[in-house]
Write a protein of this length. Structure first.
Length: 417
C-alpha cells in the first residue's frame, strides 16, 4: 500500500550531501561517485563569502542556550557577491536539533529567477533514533558550510555548464539540521534518565525565516524552482504551496528528487506527531487543512494532488530511479518488503498522482541511484534517449513534457550491493 503522508521522512535517512549513487541502465554513468564522505560531490559550489567566514563560528558547534548570544547576519541581496556563496544567519527562533545555530546560503544570479533548494539528511522520531541523531541525520549545518567552502561544483550547482537549466538563477540553499524533513515546530525530549535527549524539531521555523528573507529581497521573480533531494524532496513539495501562494504572478516549478514517500504506516504514526508537522501544512487548501481533514489518512500522492490541483497553472514533479537503493534500504529497515515491493509501490504512487493531477510530471530511469541534482550524471541520465536536463528545461518553460519511465527497469540482483 502507498505510504502514509510522512513517509516522506523516511528516505531521508541519508544526507543529500552524503548520498550514495549506483549505476543505472537508462542513465549514463557520469561521475556519480558513491563517495558518501565527499563534500565535493555535494550541494553548493565555490567558497563562502569572506564576511561569512569571519562570522560563521559563533555558536556553530552547538549551544542549546546560545540564542541570546547570536546576532543575525542577513544582508540584502544586492550586497551579496554573485561570485561567492554567502552564509546568512537569521538567529531569533531558528535552531538546529542539538542547539547549534541555523544558517542558509545564497548566491545571486544574473536573471530574475530563483532556485529554492532544500537539503536532505535523515530523520529522528523516537528515543532510539534521536539518541544517535548524529549517526542518522545531520544535526547541524557544518556539512553544507564545508561544501560551499570546498567548491568543486556538480549537477545544478555547476554554473559553467551551459546544459544547466538554472545556471544563471539566484540560488538559495536551505540546510537541514532538525530531523523533521523541514516540517517541524516542536522541542521534544525523548527517553528517560541517562538516556534522555532533547531535540529541536524546528525545520518549519527555519524555513519560514529563509522565506522571509527571500520574499523581502526577491519580490517579483519570473520563475521559481522549488527542489530538494531526499529529505529535501519532502520539504520542497510541502513548502512549494506557500511559494505559489506568495508569488501568484510567477511561474513555480517543484521537483522532488528521490523522495517517493514509500514507507510503513507504523513509521508514519510514530514520526509525524512528534514534529508538530501539521502547522506547516497549507491550511488554505481545503484538502490539506488540518482543521478540516485528518492528515493521518493522507498519502504523499494526496499532498502532491492537493497542491497541484489548487494551483493548476503551476507544475509539480518527481524524479526517482526504479529501485532507489537508499529508499529501499530504509523501507526494509522499517519492516517493508524488498526492492521489487518498494518499486511496485513507488510506481503505484506516481500513477495515482498522474491520474488525479494534470499538472504533475515524472521521470523514472532504471537503476538504484539515490538523488541526481548533486551529481554530474544529472547531465546524462535519460529515459529512452530523453535527457533529464531537456525534460526539466521543458517543464520550467511550460512546454509539453512526456511522462517518462523505464520500460525494462533492471532490478538489482538479490544480495548485491
Amino acid at each position: 500500500m502507498v505510504a502514509r503522508l510522512s513517509s516522506l521522512v523516511l528516505v531521508l535517512l541519508s544526507s543529500a550531501f552524503a548520498a550514495g549513487c549506483g549505476g543505472d541502465d537508462d542513465a549514463a554513468d557520469g561521475d556519480a561517485d558513491a563517495d558518501s564522505d565527499s563534500d565535493a560531490d555535494s550541494d553548493a559550489d565555490s567558497d563562502t563569502d569572506a564576511d561569512s567566514d569571519a562570522d560563521s563560528d559563533g555558536d556553530a558547534d552547538g549551544d542549546a542556550d546560545g540564542d541570546a548570544d547570536r546576532e543575525p547576519f542577513m544582508p540584502p541581496l544586492d550586497e551579496i557577491d554573485p561570485d561567492w556563496w554567502t552564509e546568512l544567519r537569521p538567529a531569533g527562533d531558528t535552531n538546529c536539533s542539538r542547539g547549534s545555530e541555523f544558517a542558509f546560503f545564497v548566491r545571486p544570479g544574473a536573471v530574475n529567477r530563483l532556485v529554492l533548494d532544500f537539503i536532505g539528511g535523515g530523520a529522528c522520531w523516537n528515543a532510539a533514533t534521536c539518541s544517535v541523531a548524529d549517526a542518522i541525520f545531520n544535526p547541524d549545518v557544518e556539512n553544507v558550510r564545508d561544501a560551499v567552502r570546498t567548491g568543486n561544483p556538480h549537477g545544478i550547482y555547476d554554473r559553467d555548464d551551459e546544459r544547466n537549466p538554472v545556471r544563471d538563477w539566484t540560488h538559495v540553499v536551505i540546510p537541514y539540521c532538525t530531523g523533521d524533513v523541514h516540517w517541524g515546530d516542536a522541542v521534544v525530549t525523548y527517553g528517560e534518565g541517562a538516556d534522555e535527549v532533547t531535540i529541536n524539531h524546528k525545520g518549519a521555523v527555519n524555513v519560514r525565516a529563509v522565506l522571509g528573507w527571500v520574499y523581502e529581497n526577491i519580490q517579483a521573480p519570473e520563475h521559481v524552482l522549488v527542489t530538494g533531494c531526499s529529505a529535501g524532496s519532502y520539504g520542497s513539495v510541502l513548502w512549494s504551496a506557500q511559494v505559489m501562494q506568495h508569488y501568484p504572478d510567477a511561474l513555480v516549478t517543484q521537483l522532488g528528487d528521490s523522495g517517493a514517500g514509500i514507507i510503513t504506516e507504523t513509521f508514519f504514526e510514530e514520526s509525524f506527531p512528534s514534529w508538530n508537522a501539521e502547522q506547516a501544512f497549507p491550511a488554505f487548501i481545503p484538502e490539506l487543512d488540518p482543521a478540516q481533514v485528518d492528515l493521518t489518512g493522507k498519502t504523499l500522492a494526496d499532498l502532491y494532488s492537493g497542491i497541484g490541483n489548487y494551483f493548476p497553472d503551476q507544475r509539480i514533479s518527481q524524479y526517482n530511479t526504479a529501485f532507489d537503493e537508499n529508499q529501499v534500504f530504509y523501507f526494509q529497515a522499517m519492516g517493508g518488503g524488498d526492492a521489487a515491493d518498494w518499486s511496485e509501490r513507488m510506481f503505484a504512487s506516481i500513477a495515482q498522482i498522474h491520474d488525479t493531477t494534470a499538472s504533475f510530471a515524472s521521470f523514472i530511469p532504471s537503476g538504484e541511484q539515490h538523488c541526481i541534482l548533486l551529481f554530474d550524471n544529472f547531465y546524462t541520465v535519460n529515459v529512452g534517449g530523453r535527457l533529464l536536463t531537456d525534460w526539466l528545461a521543458a517543464l520550467i518553460d511550460r512546454q509539453p513534457v512526456e511522462r517518462l519511465a523505464c520500460t525494462e527497469c533492471s532490478e538489482p540482483t538479490p544480495g548485491s550491493e
